[in-house]
Structures are given as C-alpha cells and as structure tokens.
Write a protein that binds this ligand. Structure first.
Ligand code: NAI
Length: 333
C-alpha cells in the first residue's frame, strides 16, 4: 500500500502530475491538496480505472493534515511559477513561505515520508524543508529530494535532436549535476550514453550546454506570461516519483540525479565534497535509491576541462542559494 500526496495539486504541474501518479499502479492512495479546486480535480481523476483511491483536500478543517496522514511520498509543486524576465530566485519571496508552511505540515504529520520538492527555487526550497524538519527534530537527509529530473529529461531530448534521431531520446542518459537554476545546472555531456558527433563545433557544443541550462526560459518565453514548464515537469516529476516508489518496493540499482543534502550518506557525500573542492551542504548528483531513500551519492567521475569550469562557476551561486534557504528558516518564526 503506497499513499502519495501532491501539495499544489490543482496547479499547472499539479494536475498533470496527479494524473500521471493516478496511472502508476504502485500508488494505492492519492491525496490532492491545494488552496483551490482539489475536490474537482480529485473527482475527475477518481473515474480513471486504476487502483489508486483519490481524495481532494482544501485548507479548512485541517485539510493539509488530513491529506498528509499516512503519507509515504509527498510531492510539492505548490507556489508561483516564473514570468518572462524572471529568474527562479525571483520566486523566493513568495514560494519560501509556502514551502515552509507545507514542510511544517509534513514534519508534524508524516515525518517519515519521502519529500520531493519541485517548487522553485529548488536550490533554496530544499534547504528550507530540511531546516523545518531539523526544527521539529525529524530531519532525515536520506528522505528529502530536490527534483532536477526535468534537466535530465531535457538533456536526453536535446542530445537526441543533435544526433538527428528523436527516437533515441528515451534511451539517451546524461548525468546533470550541481543544482537547478541557470549556471548551477551542469550537464556532463562527456558522460552521455550516446556520444555527441565528433565533428560538433565548440560553438554548437556550448549552445547545447546553454540550452540545457536555460531550457526553462524557452518555455517561459513561449507561454508569454502564462507560466513556465508544466507538462514536461509533470512528466519528469512522475518519472522521479516512480523511481522512488520502485526503490521503496526493493528494486535494486535505481540511480537518479537529484539535489540532496550531502550528509545523506556521509562517506560518499564527503567524497563528493572533495571532488568538487568545496564543503557545500547540498549538491545534485546521481544518487542510488533504496527502501530508506538515499543509499549512496555517486561520484561525478571524470570531467572534461570544460565541465570542471562549469562546476567552478556553479559553486558561488549554489552557496548563496543554499544559505538563503537555511537563513530564511533561521530568521522566520
Ligand atoms: P501554478 O501557479 O500553475 O500552480 C501552483 C499551485 O500551487 C496553484 O494551484 C496554487 O493554488 C497552489 N498553491 C499556492 N499556494 C499554496 C499553498 N500554500 N498550499 C498549497 N498549494 C498552494 O504553478 P506551476 O506552473 O504548477 O509551478 C509550480 C512550481 O513549480 C513553481 O514554483 C515553479 O517555478 C516550479 N517548477 C519547478 C520545476 C523544476 O524543474 N523543479 C520546473 C517547472 C516549474
């Protein structure tokens, strides 16, 4: 029996993500929480002929607590998305408080649940969730994840486009490490399962890296004020959730890049800090998942000189983003 909960379930990401979770046969109960519209979304999804029992909750009458009771996995796409010209960091003012309040609900109601954070800026919202859990004495770094899967999904797609064969996309894997915003998104293209064409010019290579780092901007621009990636994000969020659920069920060897606290596994976390040459508290790296969450954090491996520079360039921004999330909880009541 697996209970999955979506917080922000009526939103642009929340609705298609809830749809995809409803179609996951591993989910037996699906609770949808939002400040609006969840009864309607739940009624609609509940007619789909799959095992999950769906229920919608709103804030009155302790709706958040009721939604979270007995949760195994909680996915958080609640908050405002970007508009043209905004960075993910611009969302901090509004989303930090939303994520803090939802994390408080999880810490007090379902402290053992796996928490998958989609709300941006992920580099700061994951530390916010962790700090709230610390305050409540229930922090387990193995169970809190920043969802960076969309960067991985985009890499697979864009690389297969360069290879001239989109049918390769599902099998192309590129580790994407660092964080989830602009220059902190580091695709390790030298480790792509499908090598890039050897005659690819440096200009085209750099344009590909930029496109992976700033792919979200393409969607924000095309939506022209109506938000950011929702459907591709829902797909990515459902993929990552499915991996967590398979690992919980005991499947071995499941690896996914995700933004985690490096104390989740001390030995491999310390080794990663050495590899990047900085004592960062959080970093996105390929993580092996198991029934208790993080099993081990995989090393970045051999990097090209270009990739080493990308890591160096990402560190100052990561440091600032992480500190912003940590101090928000330190300073908030
Ligand atoms: P949206 O505005 O369509 O939906 C957000 C939902 O959150 C709304 O239904 C809203 O009512 C709900 N909400 C607001 N405050 C809430 C609260 N206190 N409790 C529960 N629900 C609440 O936004 P969209 O497009 O779904 O994006 C959601 C978040 O996901 C944004 O922060 C966006 O930046 C982020 N995002 C993350 C990505 C990633 O790769 N991690 C990719 C794309 C977006």
């Amino acid at each position: 029996m697996v209970k999955a909960v979506v917080l922000g379930a009526a939103g642009g990401i929340g609705q298609p993500l809830s749809l995809l979770l409803k179609t996951n046969p591993l989910v037996t109960e699906l609770a949808l929480y939002d400040i609006v519209n969840t009864p309607g979304v739940a009624a609609d999804l509940s007619h789909i002929a799959t095992p999950a029992k769906v229920e919608g909750f709103l804030p009155p009458d302790d709706g958040l607590k009721k939604a979270l009771k007995g949760a195994d996995v909680v996915v958080i796409p609640a908050g405002v998305p970007r508009k043209p010209g905004m960075t993910r960091d611009d969302l901090f003012k509004i989303n930090a408080g939303i994520v803090r309040d939802l994390a408080t609900g999880i810490a007090t109601t379902a402290p053992k649940a796996f928490v998958l954070v989609i709300s941006n800026p992920v580099n700061s919202t994951v530390p916010i969730v962790a700090e709230v859990f610390k305050k409540h004495g229930v922090f387990d770094p193995k169970r809190i994840f920043g969802v960076t899967t969309l960067d991985v999904v985009r890499s697979s797609t864009f690389v297969s486009e360069i290879l001239g064969d989109l049918s390769l996309a599902p099998s192309v894997t590129v580790p994407v490490v660092g964080g989830h915003s602009g220059v902190t998104i580091i695709p390790l293209l030298s480790q792509s399962s499908h090598p890039l064409p050897s005659n690819l010019s440096q200009d085209k290579f750099e344009a590909l890296v930029k496109r992976i780092q700033f792919g979200g901007d393409e969607v924000v621009k095309a939506k022209d004020g109506a938000g950011s990636a929702t459907l591709s994000m829902a797909y990515a969020g459902a993929e990552f959730t499915a991996k967590i659920l398979r690992a919980v069920k005991g499947e071995k060897g499941i690896v996914a890049p995700t933004f985690v606290n490096l104390s989740a596994d001390k030995t491999s976390g310390d080794a990663l800090k050495k590899e990047i040459g900085k004592d960062l508290e959080y970093f996105s790296a390929p993580v092996e998942l198991g029934p208790e969450g993080v099993v081990t954090i995989r090393p970045l491996g051999k990097l090209s000189d270009y990739e080493k520079k990308l890591v160096e360039a990402a560190i100052p921004e990561l440091e600032t983003n992480i500190e912003k999330g940590v101090s928000f909880i330190g300073s908030s009541k």
